[in-house]
Write a protein that binds this ligand. Structure first.
Ligand SMILES: Cc1cc2nc3c(=O)[nH]c(=O)nc-3n(C[C@H](O)[C@H](O)[C@H](O)COP(=O)(O)O)c2cc1C
Length: 187
């Protein structure tokens, strides 16, 4: 099973640091899982405007290919202006609506203010619901104060929540193996 851990920003370090930590915890629960980090900073982004995938640059096509080939995802996002970064939304816009269908997804997010944790509930989850992903009921929101100067997570509570997220994600991944990706409807 191939899992893509998506660092949904092109600036900053904390989002990537949380992703690395999640990767370690998933490995502890399921050493056989193939875990690939995809950093949006490594791609040459173009605005998605509805043209066929083949008309985007090769970097965008590679981005879509990696999403298509994965069996599950950890989506990591910082909070920008009370929302997710444009580059992450643009990436979702690039994907075929079936790309993440019935595949397990867990969310981690990081913000400069505690007040914005509901961005996950109100903005990120609805997008993943549109994709009909199996979104785990638990997500983890971190705040600047949970990190030291080297971006290590210093909050034991955050570590516990990340461990629990990893445990549930592994269970959802198992569940998704038994859920056919074929649909009876045409949507
Ligand atoms: C353009 C921009 C807008 C931001 N807007 C918010 C915001 O609305 N709410 C919030 O909690 N944090 C906001 N932040 C802080 C980021 O969420 C924080 O920097 C991010 O989680 C990553 O941390 P890092 O840059 O130290 O890695 C913003 C940061 C930037 C660069």
């Amino acid at each position: 099973m191939k899992v893509l851990l998506v660092d949904g920003t092109i600036v900053g370090r904390k989002t990537g640091a949380v992703l690395e930590q999640v990767k370690m915890y998933i490995q502890e629960f399921q050493p056989d899982m193939e875990l690939d980090i995809l950093s949006l900073a490594d791609y040459e982004h173009q605005f998605v405007d509805g043209r066929p995938l083949g008309e985007y640059n090769s970097s965008m096509q590679e981005l879509a290919r990696r999403f298509n080939e994965a069996d599950g995802y950890i989506i990591a996002s910082p909070i920008f202006q009370g929302s997710i970064p444009g580059v992450l939304k643009n990436t979702f816009d690039l994907l075929h609506p079936h790309t993440m269908r019935y595949k397990p997804v867990s969310i981690v997010a990081n913000g400069g203010t505690y007040q914005h944790h509901l961005v996950i509930e109100n903005q990120l989850k609805p997008i993943l619901d549109y994709f009909r992903s199996l979104v785990t009921p638990n997500y983890v929101y971190t705040h600047t104060s949970h990190f030291d100067a080297d971006n290590n997570i210093i909050s034991e509570d955050v570590h516990d929540r990340l461990r629990e997220l990893a445990r549930v994600f592994v269970q959802y991944a198992e569940m998704s193996k038994h859920l056919s990706k074929e649909t009876l409807d045409q949507h």
